[in-house]
Design a binder for this molecule. Structure first.
Ligand SMILES: [Fe+2]
Length: 234
């Protein structure tokens, strides 16, 4: 998890236990899709300890970020953090700290954004993580240098296939060693290879220039293709 968009509620704030319904305070009516806050890049967790974790998500507008968690995938009994308002100041990203998690357990979390006035509820997205604990091995993957030296996402080669390969090993977490976005040089749309064939990169506006304050946008460049990995692995 990167350091951009830190926007966390205080750890001393009270938690609320919920019953079987979960997200019980959700507005009752269904609004048109365009009126509902959307989750832009999936969800992800980070900084997992034996009893805490940080959940990250980004909305498409000013909205309220809700996160609840459970030890069962059906969310029969959940605990829920106080909501957090996300704004343009953090690129509509927010981080909520989950506290008092049980050690050595798989934790399922559910994220939702509501409109700023609380009247319109967005779709929810789920993810999971495993807290540290005694009596079991920990497995992790590590890597770095993601899409450097002019080599980006080539759909003809299956995109960022390594993330699916890593996810299939069911690791507890990924240690990313750095060079996540290579914001110091533009990415070309194609590279001529030695055999005269061509490597094609997906190029977004953020990757056509050296990044400035839009670094967060450049990071998000990778997000869609790593969402399946991130929702299961911090
Ligand atoms: Fe590198």
């Amino acid at each position: 998890m990167n350091g951009v968009g830190k926007n966390r509620p205080g750890v001393s704030r009270r938690w609320f236990l919920r019953g079987a319904t979960g997200f019980a305070a959700a507005p009752a009516f269904v609004a048109p899709a365009q009126a509902r806050p959307a989750i832009m890049d999936g969800v992800t967790a980070g900084d997992v300890t034996s009893d805490s974790a940080i959940i990250w998500a980004r909305a498409d507008r000013i909205s309220r970020l809700f996160v609840e968690w459970s030890t069962d995938s059906g969310f029969q009994n959940t605990a829920r953090a106080p909501y957090l308002v996300v704004t343009a100041r953090t690129g509509h990203t927010g981080q909520i700290v989950l506290n008092n998690l049980p050690p050595g357990k798989e934790i399922f979390y559910r994220v939702r954004f509501d409109s700023a006035d609380g009247l319109i509820s967005g779709e929810s997205a789920t993810g999971s993580l495993r807290t540290a604990g005694p009596g079991r091995d920990v497995s992790f993957v590590f890597g770095g240098d993601q899409g450097g030296a002019g080599w980006g996402i080539n759909p003809a080669q299956g995109g960022l296939r390594l993330f699916e390969t890593m996810r299939a090993t069911n690791p507890d977490f990924l240690v990313h060693l750095g060079d996540r976005i290579y914001a110091d040089r533009p990415l070309n749309e194609s590279v001529l290879l030695g055999d005269a064939s061509q490597w094609n990169n997906i190029v977004t506006p953020a990757k056509k220039k050296v990044a400035d304050i839009a670094v967060i946008t450049a990071i998000i460049f990778w997000m869609p293709l790593t969402a399946a990995f991130r929702r299961r692995c911090p």
